[in-house]
Design a protein. Sequence first.
Length: 257
Amino acid sequence: MPTAPRSLTARERARVEFTRDIKEAARRQLAEHGAAGISLRGVARDIGLVSASALYRYFPGRDALLTALIADSYSSLGDAAEAAAAPDAEARDGAPDPGDHLGRWVAVCHAVRAWALAHPHEYALIHGSPVPGYTAPAETTEPGTRVPFLIGGLFARAAQDGAYRPLDRLPVPADAHRALLPLLGRLPDGIPDHLVVAGLTAWTYLFGAVSFEVFGHRANIVDDQRAYFDHEVRRLGVLLGLGPAAADGGRPSGQGA
């Protein structure tokens, strides 16, 4: 039988709590000054330390702290998106059933939008302008690819169920196929190029729409942002092959504000 998890010692609990305090202070700096304005000295001052030297036992520099914030943000966003698409989501009132591929896509889109609107500074950290002088390490790749792989999985599941019906079957030219090789190398063999392109397009356009709203680019163009977003992602799902639009044009549930 599996052994029960070991309880943390007092020292370990203190380290966890202090690490949390450091990250919370860094998020306040992120909200006030942007990612480029985060510094260990400022974090130390915010949590009442005389100097930043004590923080170096937890984060050896600003970049390590940024990496932790980025990984946490990706993970939080991934949790929200995966919860909207989880197999047990249909147990929640009004959530789309497992065979409603279009409804699940729209539910995931609304979960991403709701998270971004609730965490605009964290969203800007992971989907905004690059932080000057910072290069994200490989450890951010896994949390950062959760949502795109989730979206790709929605299309793959629709194809398995015979419910993938793209409005066109334009062949993927050889140069575009070669451009996809880094992604294809991470996917199981045998996935058609057009299915990969559909998932990649859906991911790109979802985050483009969310970014336009979060960063205010449609503020004087679209009035009811939520209503338009719902129509936009539903229409995109249909165009990319996730099934016919709902006859009544209604919104699926499980959507964020």
